[in-house]
Design a protein around this ligand. Structure first.
Ligand SMILES: [Fe+2]
Ligand SMILES: [Fe+2]
Length: 276
């Protein structure tokens, strides 16, 4: 598969005067199998930035959602206003309620729209839990088995049960995998499954070990020092040509990755384009 990916939503913007940054993530994908959108940001930037970078939302063949959090799903409603009827690939937990523990109160961080509203705007949800193909050369991981001892998730992210709040394991977290002539390309959402778990699972599923590129959120920002250290040590064991981090990676972890990966590292912000 040949791809051109343009970041439409991310926490930072580099000098493009008309583009907007927001806490969120979305990538416009142009491929030889048609155009797709991976995530939608939180909704304040996507339409503006798609227009700014001349990315036509009306022609996309599908929207892939990495997980239920508002900063990846909040743009769905406005994107559907441009696409009309379109396939939306996601995990069946997409519409669960979940919360983040904050000082003042527990804030809801789920999809900010009801399923019926999105369907009335044209969304045709296709739910998956297992490793699935969207189009030849383009796969989504589905649920990623949690195997490493150190990737224990973000303890601030919660779901409500009858016996109170418990940690949300975010089993709906999935990564987009593109099989290119240069190797695998990973487009992460927030890596709530753990980036090492994700890579191991994809290698197991595809039988391919060469990773041309990884872009997206690693969730190493909120991780404790020990988790971050063990994750970066493990990352170095893989055959990764380029790594472009974003979003929930944070400055400190990004600097550590830059130190370890050197020229193979890049920031992946609003307007970043990668072509394979
Ligand atoms: Fe996120
Ligand atoms: Fe998230």
């Amino acid at each position: 598969m040949e791809i051109k990916a343009t970041v439409l939503c991310e926490n930072y913007v580099n000098g493009q005067a008309g583009a907007i940054a927001e806490h969120g993530w979305a990538v416009y994908l142009e491929t030889n199998q048609g155009n797709f959108l991976f995530d939608t940001g939180q909704g304040k930037a996507i339409i503006n930035n798609a227009q700014y970078f001349h990315k036509d939302l009306s022609i996309i063949k599908g929207i892939i959602i990495s997980h239920h959090h508002y900063d990846h799903t909040g743009g769905l409603f406005s994107v559907l206003g441009h696409t009309g009827k379109v396939k939306v690939y996601a995990h069946p937990d997409l519409f669960k309620n979940s919360f983040v523990k904050e000082e003042a109160h527990d804030r809801n961080v789920g999809v900010p729209f009801r399923k019926e509203i999105l369907e009335s705007k044209g969304a045709e949800f296709i739910f998956n839990t297992g490793f699935s193909e969207i189009t030849p050369g383009m796969m989504i991981t589905g649920e990623v088995p949690r195997k490493t001892s150190f990737e224990t998730g973000d303890k601030r992210l919660l779901i409500k049960t009858n016996s109170g709040y418990i940690q949300d394991n975010i089993m709906d977290d999935q990564t987009l995998i593109l099989n290119t002539s240069k190797g695998l390309v990973f487009i992460l959402g927030c890596s709530h499954s753990g980036i090492i778990n994700i890579i191991n699972y994809v290698i197991e599923k595809t039988g391919q070990e060469h990773i041309h590129m990884i872009i997206g959120g690693t969730h190493l920002g909120p991780a404790d020092k020990e988790t971050r250290k063990k994750t970066i040590e493990s990352l170095k064991q893989f055959d990764i040509e380029k790594i472009g981090v974003s979003h929930c990676t944070g400055l400190e972890a990004s600097m550590q990755l830059y130190y370890e990966f050197g020229k193979r590292f890049f920031f992946c912000n609003v307007g970043t384009k990668v072509e394979v």
